[in-house]
Design a protein around this ligand. Sequence first.
Ligand code: FES
Length: 186
Amino acid sequence: MTAPNGDGGAPTVDLSLMEPVFEKYAGQPGALIPILQKAQDIYNYLPPEVLQRIAERLGLALSKVYGVATFYAQFYLERRGRHVLKLCDGTACHVKGTPALLTAIQEEYGIRPGETTPDGELTVEVVYCIGSCALAPATILDGQVMGHMRPTKLLQRLKRQMGDTSCAKERAHAGKGQGDRDESTP
Ligand code: FES
């Protein structure tokens, strides 16, 4: 996890979260890829401090670790949000309205493709044909394909998805010390 450093600068990275991973793969010199995968699960991307620590612990050159992390498309070296929105801009989707969706996202959240909101909630990415051209313009929000998207509908879905997550977090937080009350039941 990353957390604000208190003076408004870049978030700090809690490297101690990697210790259980290093313990799990101790003595396995070929475990670089699973360690990178675990690190990405923890931090949602691969911060430079984490790559440095992995190189030190595995006794590898930092360039080797970077080489592997940049070779595979599954790894992200830029910070990603808790929610990831992918907009298809293949030919069918582009013609059917993806540019308007990108404009709506930029106006509402101030981010362009490849960027993440400053609060770390949302990342927007562009992909090219996800094999759902009949649903153009197609989008993927947190792994769920959504078709025939329109700007207003997309913004509503985003707010619901992001609101649902924060509400769930608030419920979990409020539930601490009050027993495991199920607030979904009347
Ligand atoms: S072009 Fe978007 S799904 Fe094919």
